[in-house]
Design a protein around this ligand. Structure first.
Ligand code: MRU
Length: 343
């Protein structure tokens, strides 16, 4: 296996982007190696690679792989080709800002390169982004662990674990670091309809790490909170606005409202690559809308909806900054109002 515990990787010997097909988990673990643009696009679109940081790093690797095999022989033509790939990939998933961020980082490197160094520089940048993501997530884990020292049990929504990054994760990183320190936290994983990232992915990786995991349906969060079974909520995010509003997996805002009601701290774990300084508030965040078949058909032998029933399938929602206790970042633990001071 090439990935050796990572979620995405860069096979520089064979010039391939490598990823785990997460749509097959938890029943099948399959690594896919590719240098094909449509396969890369499909991997992101169909959530084979998903989670904001993993999407960002995978985009950088994909761009490096694609440009390494380019036949263009002038700087101008290399740039035209790279920009073309970036433009298409950015449209793939509009809410997770890491995708756009990664493409822009690669473009910056290309802009300061020449024809001779073009490919080598992009390869080195993608490799650096892999390393940086691992270090940043580790730091989020270390910065968050202190906040959890008096907690027994955490609730999380969607998957913001190692499968959503290169390693460690964001929201699950403090739980992994706590375990290394001998503090075994219990985790409630919301199943996270409609694509079940909580049930399939969070439960998979936590159980693999021997962490006490209980999967609940999304509508059971109030039950466990009311009964005193949750000491803190940890979630990831796909985009953060200047005022501290966040977009994360659909259902996150409901969890935040419940946490506020039951007086449970609600922490958002975020690498700064998820911060969008061009967006003032969450109202400006574009929400990805997905096919309704994910609601009625995807997990069932036959459609479970009557024929004329309509569906609405927003992939993300916006949580108001007033509901967020703090952000756990690689730069430290900060409140929503402090965020803009860190850029
Ligand atoms: O649609 P997904 O599975 O890509 O959504 C993922 C999430 O909402 C995560 O919480 C977010 O990307 C943060 S991952 C560290």
């Amino acid at each position: 296996m090439f990935l050796d515990g990572a979620t995405v990787g860069f096979d520089t010997v064979n010039n391939k982007a490598v990823f785990i097909d997460q749509t097959l988990l938890p029943t099948e673990y399959k690594e896919i190696s590719t240098d094909d643009f449509s396969e890369m696009f499909d991997a992101i679109k169909m959530l084979k690679v998903r989670g904001a940081p993993a999407i960002g790093v995978f985009t950088a690797i994909s761009l490096a792989v694609l440009m390494n095999k380019s036949k263009a022989d002038t700087y101008e033509n290399l740039m035209v080709e790279l920009k073309g790939y970036c433009e298409k990939l950015i449209l793939c998933r509009p809410t997770a800002v890491n995708l756009k961020w990664a493409a822009e980082e690669m473009l910056k490197v290309a802009e300061s390169s020449n024809t001779e160094k073009f490919k080598e520089n992009l390869t080195n940048k993608a490799l650096k982004m892999i390393e940086d993501d691992i270090a940043i997530c580790r730091k989020i884990g270390e910065n968050g662990v202190e906040l959890l020292k008096n907690c027994n049990s955490i609730l999380t929504h969607c998957n913001a674990g190692r499968l959503a990054t290169v390693k460690y994760g964001t929201a699950l990183a403090p739980i992994y670091v706590a375990k290394e320190n001998g503090h075994n936290l219990k985790v409630f994983a919301d199943e996270t309809r409609p694509l079940l990232q909580g049930a399939r992915l969070t439960a998979f990786e936590l159980c693999q790490a021997d962490i006490d995991t209980t999967v609940i349906c999304d509508n059971m969060a109030s039950f466990v909170m009311k009964n005193g079974l949750v000491d803190a909520v940890l979630v990831g995010c796909d985009r953060v606005a200047l005022n501290g509003d966040i977009a994360n997996k659909i259902g996150t805002s409901g969890v935040a409202i419940l946490a506020k009601y039951y007086n449970i701290p609600f922490y958002v774990c975020m690498p700064f690559s998820t911060f969008d300084k061009n967006i003032k508030t969450g109202v400006d965040i574009e929400i990805e809308m997905r096919d309704g078949s994910e609601i009625g058909e995807m997990w069932y032998e036959k459609s479970m909806l009557p024929q004329n029933a309509k569906t609405l399938n927003p992939a993300f929602d916006v949580t108001d900054h007033s509901l967020i206790t703090a952000f756990i970042t690689e730069k430290g633990v900060i409140t929503p109002s402090e965020i803009k001071d860190y850029i």
